[in-house]
Each structure stands twice: as structure tokens, then as C-alpha cells.
Design a protein around this ligand. Structure first.
Ligand code: FAD
Ligand code: PYC
Length: 415
């Protein structure tokens, strides 16, 4: 056939101009005002807000692999703000509000879908904890509802509401503004927006040492040479303790693999995110139709970006018990990231004992939803050498004073 669809398509491709690059390759300078280590969402958002909110433009983001190649591109895209304690609820809520306008802020559709997030309860005590969290959310002006099992079934007709299963569903919390947002779009959007404000984005460049003189950081050693900097901001998720050790700082962090997977795509059948702390599994449906699911952390410590089969097997067994009809689906892909878990399941965002060195870590299994808010408050902290009011409570000192913010219940599903 002379003009088959394929020929027309190929002709069209040839004619179309080069796709515009989101950011160009930056030449590494020898000196910067601020170096951000980590080209994930948190590092890029920090660089963006440093430039936009604080007028600091002499910035490099140093990434050992490719932008978004860490947890930012590996997570399951759940966004929500239904945390128990005021400090955490305010920080995550601030972030959820930024998600709301992020597409226009970055001029890129981050596909924030308010499909709602359900957290299931399977025991009387879990329902009490859920109810307490719903009440606390409402006191903080955060949308949150308590549902009984019939109301859950109405929202999720495919769910198994039998009382005769290992973990029967007794009810759930529901956050209507929770949902999903596209992680690649968010990362690329922040990278492009930061670069357009003058930020250098340097990929394939690994930091392997830090230089500290008289209690002040003066620069970092990288595979592309030494870079001196007045301030260094660290946002490297699963590698936080490795970088902190370079400045002789011990973090109260444990590092674990966290895995997720998708099935083959099917017709739309699930229009909310379902999470269950008790069975350590959660599931949602992507816009492509795949079922996107995940497990709790692999309980051993590891820096390997891969998960154990036994964890995957348990989580799938739990999901199939909740949704027997999904047992016939085939899995397409499985992957893992490395997460940095703190003792109270809350992040550490603040100054360190080394002058000019700032750390943003400990988001564990739940930092994706916080990316814009985290970047905003971390940028403030770096620019002013003092925390923003929203991250003041998240300093590393809380592990000495005992003023912990225990969010294991809200972070639960994957912790
Ligand atoms: P990253 O995106 O990991 O970025 C850190 C970057 O630092 C990496 O790109 C890495 O290459 C770079 N780096 C490390 N060491 C060096 C070095 N020496 N030199 C230079 N660069 C270095 N959170 C949610 O809120 N909702 C979810 O649904 C959710 N699901 C998840 C599912 C999975 C499977 C995983 C793994 C995580 C999930 N999370 C979720 C957690 C969330 O992904 C993370 O908390 C968040 O993405 C962390 O972002 P980041 O920018 O700090 O880290
Ligand atoms: O923090 O909401 C979350 C989450 C869901 C899956 C992994 N983390």
C-alpha cells in the first residue's frame, strides 16, 4: 500500500521539529553558592524554590544517575495529607495544596487526580485508631471521613466484604482530596522550571566525599571533580546516611528496600486508592488501566534497589484475599527503591552540626506526596539558615529531646 498508516506516521515524524529539550546539559562550574545533592523531586523542588522564592540562582543540582531515577520515579504516586499530629498534618497539607496548582506553576500537567484514598481497618483497635485520626484531621481542617463496611463496599464494589476472611474489612478512613499524581511529570516539571531560572542540573555525577574545615562545609568531591560551595543541601533519600557520614554525621535512619509492581492493563474497575496497614498492601488503577500495587518495606536493611520475593508474595496474597477477582491478572513489572526510615516515621528537615550543611531525609515510604512542600520549606531553611515554621519541629534534635512526632499509623501501609 502506497500510503499506509505507518508510512504516513513515519513521514509525519520526519517532518516534526526536534522535540524541545526540557533542560540542557549544564557544564559544571568549580564554585556555587548552593549545591543540592540529589536530583530527585525533593532536590529539584528545593533548587526551584531557592531560585524562585529566595532569588538564589547560583545553584547546581548534582545527581549520580539520571534525574528522577531514584525513589521519585519508582513510587506509586499516592498523595494525601491525613496525618495524625498537628506538625505532620500541617506540613503534608501545605504540600497537598501546592499539588493543587502544580500543573500551572510548572506549566506541565502533573495529572493530580483527586480520586480519594481509603485506609481500611480490620480490627476494633484499628478502627479506633482510624477514627481518632479522622477526628484529628477534621480539627486541622483536613477533609477526612469515617466509613463503615457498607459505605466502603459502595465505593469499591469489587472488594470482598465477607466476614469469613483472615482480615475482614470493618470500615475505613476516606480522604476525598487524596489520590494520585504523575511522578515523571512532577520531576521533569521541577527540573525544567529550576533550569529556566538558571539552576545547573548535572547528571551522572556522584558525590563521594565532603570537605569540612573548622566546622563549616566548604565543598564536595564528585566524580566530575571538586566543587566548592557556600552551602550544601542534601536530599538523597535511600543514601542519606552515606552522604551524612562523609561529614561525620550519624543519622537515626535505617535503610530498607521498598517494592511495587503493575499488572497488565484492564478496563477501569477501581477509582480510588485502597490501602491496608494490617496486611501491608495497597492498590490503585493507573490511567493506562494497570493495577498498581505495593507492599510494606522488606524488613531487612539493604542498599539494593530490589525486593525479596517473599514480601511480594505475601502482599499479593493479601490483595487477592481483598479482591478475589484480581487473582487472574498477570504481573507486568516489579521494581524497588531504597527508603530511609526514621524512628518516628517522620522526616528530618533542617540544619546539621556542620555549618552550611543541611539535610532533608527520613521520608521513608511516604515522601512523594510531600515533594513540593518539602522543597519549599527546605529552600527556606537553606536560604535563611533557619527553619520555616512548618519544618521547625522536624529537626534532628528531636531524637535527643524526645519530642517525637509518631506517624507510624498514618505512614502505616508501607512501614
Ligand atoms: P529520590 O527520588 O530517591 O532522589 C534522591 C537522588 O539522590 C537519587 O536520584 C539518587 O540517585 C541521588 N543520589 C544518591 N546518592 C548520591 C550521591 N552520592 N551523589 C549524587 N546523587 C546521589 N511516597 C508517597 O508519598 N506516596 C507513595 O505512593 C509512595 N510510594 C512509594 C513506592 C515505592 C516502591 C518507593 C520506593 C517509594 C515510595 N514512596 C511513596 C516514597 C517516595 O518515593 C520518596 O519518599 C520520595 O520520592 C523521596 O524523594 P527524594 O527526592 O528525596 O529521593
Ligand atoms: O505514603 O501514602 C503513602 C504510601 C502509599 C504507598 C506507599 N506510600
Amino acid at each position: 500500500m502506497k500510503n499506509s498508516l505507518l508510512t504516513l506516521f513515519l513521514k509525519g515524524l520526519k517532518k516534526s521539529p526536534e522535540w524541545e529539550k526540557y533542560w540542557s546539559k549544564s557544564e559544571l562550574k568549580k564554585n556555587y553558592e548552593v549545591v543540592v545533592i540529589g536530583g530527585g523531586g525533593h532536590g529539584l523542588a528545593t533548587a526551584y524554590y531557592l531560585a524562585k522564592n529566595h532569588g538564589i540562582k547560583d545553584i547546581a543540582v548534582i545527581e549520580k544517575g539520571y534525574v528522577g531515577g531514584g525513589n521519585s520515579g519508582r513510587n506509586t504516586e499516592v498523595v494525601r495529607s491525613n496525618y495524625l499530629w498537628d506538625d505532620a498534618a500541617k506540613l503534608y497539607e501545605f504540600s497537598l495544596k501546592l499539588w493543587q496548582d502544580l500543573s500551572s506553576e510548572l506549566n506541565l500537567n502533573v495529572m493530580y487526580s483527586k480520586k480519594g484514598v481509603l485506609s481500611l481497618g480490620h480490627s476494633l483497635q484499628e478502627m479506633r485508631d482510624i477514627s481518632r485520626r479522622v477526628n484529628s484531621n477534621m480539627l486541622n481542617g483536613i477533609d477526612s471521613e469515617l466509613l463503615n463496611v457498607a459505605e466502603v463496599k459502595k465505593k469499591v464494589p469489587l472488594i470482598n466484604d465477607s466476614t469469613d476472611i483472615r482480615y475482614p474489612v470493618l470500615g475505613a478512613s476516606f480522604q476525598p482530596r487524596g489520590g494520585n499524581a504523575d511522578h515523571d511529570a512532577m520531576v521533569w516539571g521541577f527540573a525544567r522550571a529550576a533550569h529556566s531560572l538558571g539552576v545547573d542540573i548535572v547528571e551522572d555525577c556522584e558525590v563521594f566525599d565532603a570537605k569540612v574545615d573548622g566546622g563549616k562545609i566548604t565543598g564536595i568531591n564528585t566524580t566530575k571533580g571538586f566543587i566548592s560551595a557556600n552551602k550544601v543541601a542534601v536530599a538523597v533519600a535511600g543514601n542519606s546516611s552515606v552522604i551524612a557520614q562523609m561529614a561525620k554525621i550519624n543519622l537515626p535512619i535505617e535503610t530498607h528496600p521498598l517494592q511495587a509492581w503493575v499488572t497488565e492493563p484492564i478496563k477501569p474497575c477501581l477509582d480510588v486508592v485502597i490501602m491496608s496497614n494490617t496486611v501491608h498492601a495497597y492498590i490503585s488503577q493507573t490511567t493506562k488501566g494497570e493495577l498498581l500495587a505495593g507492599a510494606g518495606i522488606d524488613s531487612y536493611n539493604s542498599y539494593a534497589q530490589r525486593g525479596g520475593f517473599h514480601v511480594l508474595e505475601n502482599a499479593i496474597a493479601a490483595i487477592v484475599e481483598l479482591f478475589p477477582v484480581f487473582s487472574r491478572l498477570r504481573m507486568l513489572r516489579q521494581w524497588a527503591g531504597i527508603v530511609d526510615v526514621s524512628p518516628d516515621a517522620c522526616p528530618i528537615i533542617g540544619k546539621t552540626d556542620v555549618n552550611g550543611l543541611y539535610i532533608n531525609c527520613g521520608w521513608g515510604t511516604g515522601g512523594y506526596k510531600a515533594t513540593p512542600g518539602s522543597g519549599w520549606v527546605f529552600a527556606h531553611t537553606v536560604a535563611h539558615d533557619n527553619p520555616h515554621e512548618l519544618n521547625a519541629a522536624f529537626s534532628i534534635e528531636r531524637f535527643q529531646t524526645g519530642r517525637l512526632i509518631d506517624e507510624h499509623g498514618a505512614a502505616g501501609v508501607a512501614h
